[in-house]
Design a protein around this ligand. Structure first.
Ligand code: SGN
Ligand code: CA
Length: 533
């Protein structure tokens, strides 16, 4: 704590000199929630065209190996803000409030003369520090007619669609509140495409008629890996709700005698209950059609057919929410262009983690396997970052804080654990051979066992350690679909030994000796006893 403060004061004391430096850049951090890189056309054209998000990649750099340190929402956000791994910033899981004694990069930027604002999803259980303005969703927020916690107006409810509203708020701030005297740092944080995947009314007709290619591993039987993959509760067929997720009416489920998965029907009813009569009429029209077709098809469906049907419905809704994200990113970029704000602005597009779009039969995230461990990342900064670059460097969400401080010419606190990406993005030398990963939220929704891992460009060495105690070694080059654990294969004996050594060194470097002792389990059990989980 003392260190944080010392560093904070040190950085503040720099503000006088730094404030005079010419042209400190504006920083716009755009982040969506659960946006898989497979659903961005700059990465992959099979699923969705995202021409506006792609504009950022085209005018800057696209990272193909960006990853998170802990693939879950609030912990990822805490790592982004603090530049520290979860075990040091304390936000190991989604359940408990963020420790606001942490010093975050927005606080440092603000103290050094930046105007700061945040709009959208934070998911911390408390208000952000270091912001001149904020309007944030409480907890996960809602897609329709959402509530907001605001800095100056208390709690408000705004009618409309969340992705449009967050953008309206952001543009309003740029137009009416932005100071021409100061550089700004703006966090523009979408709720979409988070579950329960409600798209904007204007996309319903078009997006619910599309079909999508299935991933190669949709019918993964998890045979090649240790038990956590099989035990996770995120298989589309067995864990995705017919009502809450796929929008089959509870009455349709009853008439077809389809068993409910979790509190699936209640989730659907609650979502629909938020709609205004005119919004509801639009959804009813589309859902009536889907239900009528389903009632005809269901009696002759095999288990494989059901999986295929659910996958298609999932893709329609998930990708449907992203249509509005892309349109709204376009609105923001258009505004910046029209107002000469592109030139001296660093723009980042990323997600709080990746997401499974049917790979391994899954939805959700949490695992260190690629689709949730990796996250989309692209950065533009005209004049500083050359357009049209691609990098496969092992960068992480851990690096944002130091990157932004570096861009502003402010030294980073010594206890931040990332690395500024500016040398890398501007063609100077930058090196990292391996990254560290640690996921904790178990037992919890989706039941992904705790694990930590070292990831290099060639291998992953993973230790699952709570409900199971198993090791996995994945050869990323030979087995890009990550289906085969070669930990006990004699051919990999020496690689295994080297990776174990590297992993030990990385845990030491990042000061992580925590496994079950992080206290999460005790808090979880207490919460469960109090009926909060
Ligand atoms: C909700 C979702 C989960 C999701 C978590 C965490 N269930 O609980 O599927 O894993 O959020 O997501 S839901 O039925 O309530 O939609 S995170 O992005 O916030 O970490
Ligand atoms: Ca998320």
């Amino acid at each position: 704590m003392k260190n944080y403060l010392l560093c904070f004061l040190f950085c503040v004391s720099l503000s006088d000199s730094v404030a005079q430096a010419p042209k400190r850049p504006n920083i716009i951090f755009i982040m969506s929630d659960d946006h898989a890189y497979q659903a961005i056309s700059a990465y992959d054209q099979r699923l969705l065209s995202t021409p506006n998000i792609d504009r950022i990649a085209k005018s800057g750099i696209l990272f193909t190996n960006a990853s998170v340190t802990n693939s879950i929402c609030a912990p990822s956000r805490a790592t982004i803000l603090t530049g520290k791994h979860s075990h040091l910033n304390g936000k190991v899981d989604n359940h408990f409030p963020f420790d606001t004694t942490n010093i975050t990069f927005p606080q440092i930027l603000q103290a050094n003369g930046y105007q700061t604002a945040m709009f959208g999803k934070l998911h911390f259980g408390n208000k952000p520090k270091g912001f001149d303005q904020f309007k944030i969703l409480p907890d996960q927020g809602n897609y329709y007619n959402p509530d907001f916690i605001t800095k100056n107006e208390g709690n408000i409810k705004v009618n409309g669609y969340v992705t449009d509203i967050i953008t309206d708020m952001t543009l309003d701030w740029l137009k009416k509140e932005r100071s021409s005297e100061k550089p700004f740092m703006l966090m523009y944080l979408h709720k979409a495409p988070h579950r329960s995947w409600l798209m904007a009314e204007r996309h319903l007709d078009e997006m619910t008629r599309k079909t999508y290619p299935e991933p190669k591993t949709l019918f993964d039987d998890y045979a090649g890996r240790t038990s956590p993959a099989k035990e996770a509760e995120m298989n589309i067929l067995s864990s995705m709700g017919w009502a809450g997720d796929n929008k089959i009416y509870p009455a349709t489920m009853d008439s077809l005698k389809i068993p409910e998965i979790g509190i699936d029907k209640r989730r659907f009813v609650a979502e629909m209950g938020r709609l205004t009569p005119s919004q509801k009429a639009n959804f009813d029209r589309v859902y009536d059609r889907i239900n009528a077709e389903f009632i005809k098809a269901y009696p002759s469906m095999s288990e494989q057919d059901k999986m295929r049907w659910k996958f298609q419905r999932y893709m329609q809704d998930y990708l449907g929410t992203l249509r509005a994200v892309d349109e709204n990113v376009g609105r923001l970029l258009d505004y910046l262009e029209a107002n000469n704000l592109m030139e001296n602005t660093m723009i980042v597009y990323t997600s709080d983690q990746g997401f499974y779009l049917g790979e391994h039969g899954w939805f959700d995230k949490r695992f260190v396997y690629d689709e949730s461990f990796k996250t989309p990342l692209m950065v533009s900064w005209p004049g500083q970052i050359k357009a049209g670059q691609k990098s496969d460097a092992l960068v992480q969400n851990l690096d944002f804080a130091q990157t932004f401080l570096d861009a502003a010419g402010i030294p980073s606190p010594k206890d931040m654990q990332g690395q500024s990406l500016i040398p890398l993005m501007t063609g100077k030398s930058w090196k990292r051979d391996a990254v560290y990963y640690h996921y904790y939220e178990y037992p919890a929704e989706h039941m992904v066992n705790r694990h930590y891992a070292i990831v290099t460009k060639k291998y992953k060495l993973i230790h699952y350690y709570f409900s199971a105690d198993t090791w996995e070694l994945i050869d990323r080059e030979k087995d890009p679909l990550e289906l085969k654990n070669v930990y006990d294969d004699p051919e990999y004996a020496s690689i295994r030994k080297t990776l174990h050594k590297q992993l030990d060194a990385l845990r030491l470097k990042y000061k992580d000796n925590s496994t079950i002792s992080n206290g999460y389990i005790d808090r979880f059990l207490n919460d469960a006893a109090a009926g909060k989980v």
